[in-house]
Design a protein around this ligand. Structure first.
Ligand SMILES: Nc1ncnc2c1ncn2[C@@H]1O[C@H](COP(=O)(O)OP(=O)(O)OP(=O)(O)O)[C@@H](O)[C@H]1O
Ligand SMILES: [Mg+2]
Length: 673
């Protein structure tokens, strides 16, 4: 019987697992309890009747098997997940069935009934208590599960938020494990470096994605971050998938677990390549602007110096040559005066170099074959290298011509070769002069010192390469500054002049040097097309001295009295009569008054009231065949073409000696004859 009860409880357990049981546990519990209680009563009545030979309905309520009803109450209390109220309801049902059975059989009185009722009531109370305890436990579990689910949900949300912050951040975020391998790689990192996350996770950041030159810095900063010292704003070059390098501003922070142990590093970086490029371009522009301003102001300064200094030199050189003419051949002072003359010429050379640096020197352009020019100059170059250095030439044949001033290019070669030989000093060494044609790209051009008008394209390259002492970076930054020299004897105008000449020729210049190994200077001159046919214009042959100037009248126009005095003196020495004027207007006036008798006019280019070229033009309107020589402190023959076409007889460059003056007048005389 008890087995039957246990089976019934088992069946109840199974039913509880079915969909019906899950949906209606209370109905199941009530029905099960009531049914079991009823069955118990019926079985008890039946058993009672059978044992004692009495009618079944009279003795059931007294059967000891009625105890099974207790199990029914306790069983459902334990098995059915319901509240104590339902447990009490089920117990009351079972007790009710018992009482009903007892009343029906007329046994609802006496101690057995009372005892059993008490037993059932106690079982009911116990069932209610059990249900209450179980329910409390269920609630607790429910709350625990609830809290756990909420915590999970929140963790999931947080993870989602974190992901979206990492993914939408405008920064490259790379998370590394403690050994430096990548564990996370955000979308911005994918965009900037071009690698998908799947391809990089697990790979070593340093060796795979950091450019060699930046590895040490990045490694140091990761190390610092791991040691708990966050870093920021260091620059590193990272490798993109397409092989390009991106410049990144990086920072590192360590990641720690709950125990405070470092479990990795977060590298946060910004792609600053474009900004950096723009910054570099801006700096280059500023540098060029600064350079242009420097040249501009130096040009003004040099122009001023040239003017005043040359006028002084006219006086010095003129007086020296006059004095020389008056000294007898064996006079002991002759040598001193010759030295004065020599020093004055060197002084004028200095101003010319300054003018060349400022881009104001002559550019008497001709089609020049650079190879031929080097070959012509080789003797001079050889003499300039007074030490043990060996000169070698590596000249590419059939070079295209360049439009250049051969004198200035010669000067450039000399300056470079002298620098090279001085860098080699007394040691053994080689100086190589090389020529070639190069297609100068925009990038290469940007890395050179070049004229503002220089453009990419075919250039003739002249290279002077030495195996001398080389130049360190700090010195290299200053070598083109005028008067910068590391030499005791140097003046520091050599490279400044070279640069000025190159700029004047719309060319470019690149200097590379390794301290201790040597220096290479490359000069790029824009190619003028087909190989040069014409040679540099030969200097006009000097006319025989003293030809046709005796008894001539010369009008001399200059605002500097010293210049006028000495020049007049020199002209008189040459046998000329001299008329003088102190400014342009006066010059024209004097010419107008004496136009018939004046054979030649020597006029300074820079004059107050009316400039030299205007004086020339006015004089030509008075007398179209007037012979005018223009005196100038600058090598400013830019206007020479136009003036020569207009009939200018010649130029006289200040300072000049009696011989130079004689030569200029001689040419005028020749033309006139
Ligand atoms: N080929 C070279 N090797 C090593 N250093 C050089 C070389 N060329 C130039 N320099 C350095 O650059 C400086 C400037 O050169 P630059 O030719 O302008 O002046 P300088 O040679 O000192 O004097 P100057 O040429 O006026 O007599 C030199 O003093 C020297 O330190
Ligand atoms: Mg030099």
């Amino acid at each position: 019987m008890r087995a039957l009860g246990a089976a019934a409880l088992g069946f109840l357990l199974v039913l509880l697992q079915t969909r019906f049981g899950v949906r209606h546990p209370r109905a199941l519990g009530v029905v099960a309890a009531a049914l079991m209680g009823a069955i118990e009563q019926l079985l008890a009545l039946a058993a009672e009747g059978a044992l004692q030979g009495r009618p079944l309905v009279t003795l059931g309520a007294e059967s000891p098997i009625n105890l099974g009803a207790t199990f029914a109450m306790l069983g459902v209390a334990v098995l059915i997940p319901w509240s104590p109220v339902w447990s009490a309801f089920a117990s009351l049902l079972v007790i009710g069935e018992y009482v009903a059975a007892a009343v029906i059989t007329g046994r609802a009185t006496g101690p057995p009934f009372d005892d059993k009722l008490m037993l059932f009531a106690s079982a009911g109370v116990v069932a209610v208590v059990i249900t209450a305890v179980l329910e409390q436990r269920r609630w607790r579990e429910f709350f625990q599960t609830w809290a756990l689910a909420a915590a999970h949900r929140e963790a999931r949300e947080r993870e989602k938020r974190y992901r979206s912050v990492v993914e939408t951040a405008g920064s490259v975020i790379i998370v590394l494990g403690p050994a430096g391998s990548i564990t996370e790689f955000n979308r911005e990192a994918e965009r900037v470096l071009g690698w998908p996350q799947a391809a990089v996770v697990g790979r070593d950041l340093l060796t795979s994605f950091v450019a060699e030159g930046s590895r040490a810095t990045v490694a140091t900063d990761i190390g610092k971050a791991l040691a708990g010292e966050p870093t920021g704003a260091f620059e590193a070059r990272m490798l993109a998938r397409d092989g390009s390098e991106r410049v990144m501003a990086c920072g590192t922070r360590r990641l720690v677990d709950d125990d405070g142990r470092a479990v990795g590093v977060v590298l946060c970086a910004q792609d600053i390549s474009d900004r950096k490029q723009a910054e570099d371009a801006r700096l280059a522009l500023e540098r060029r602007l600064g350079e242009a301003q420097k040249l501009e102001s130096l040009g003004v300064l040099a122009g001023g110096i040239a003017h005043d200094f040359n006028n002084l030199l006219v006086s010095v050189l003129g007086n020296a040559s006059l004095a020389l003419g008056e000294l007898p051949p064996g006079a002991p002072t002759r040598q001193s005066v010759q030295r004065i003359e020599h020093a004055a010429r060197r002084g004028s050379e200095l101003t010319r170099q300054l003018l060349a640096y400022a881009g104001k020197g002559t550019v008497a352009l001709a089609r020049v074959d650079v190879n031929a020019l080097i070959a012509e100059t080789s003797d001079l170059l050889h003499v300039s290298t007074a030490n043990r250095a060996v000169m070698t030439y590596d000249l590419t044949p059939n070079l295209p011509a360049v439009e250049a001033d051969p004198t200035q290019i010669r000067q450039v070669l000399m300056n470079l070769v002298i620098n090279a030989s001085e860098a080699i000093g007394d040691a053994d060494g080689t100086i190589t002069v090389r020529t070639g044609v190069v297609e100068l790209g925009a990038d290469t051009l940007r890395d050179t010192q070049h004229a503002p008008e220089a453009t990419p394209g075919p250039h003739v390259c002249i290279e002077v390469c030495d195996t001398g002492c080389g130049i360190d970076a700090a010195t290299a930054a200053r070598v083109f500054d005028p008067f910068f020299s590391t030499k005791f004897t140097g003046r520091g105008l050599g490279l400044a002049t070279v640069l000025g000449v190159v700029r004047g020729h719309r060319g470019a210049l690149a200097l590379t040097s390794t301290p201790g190994s040597g220096t290479t200077v490359r000069i790029y001159l824009p190619s003028a097309g087909a190989p040069a046919r014409g040679e540099p214009r030969p200097a006009p042959a000097a006319p025989p001295a003293g030809e046709g100037r005796e008894g001539r009248t010369v009008l001399l126009v200059d605002d500097e009295e010293d210049v006028r005095v000495v020049t007049a003196h020199m002209l008189e020495r040459l046998g000329c009569s001299v008329l003088q004027a102190g400014d342009g207007r006066e010059g024209v006036q004097v010419f107008r008054e004496h136009a018939r008798m004046i054979d030649a006019v020597i006029v300074d280019l820079t004059l107050p009231r009316l400039s030299g070229d205007r004086v020339f033009r006015e004089i030509r309107t008075i007398r179209p065949d007037a012979r005018v020589i223009l005196m100038t402190g600058y090598d400013d023959e830019k206007a020479s073409g136009a003036l020569a076409e207009a009939g200018l007889a010649g130029f006289l460059r200040k300072p000049f000696s009696v011989g130079d003056l004689e030569k200029a007048l001689g040419e005028v005389a020749r033309e006139g004859d």
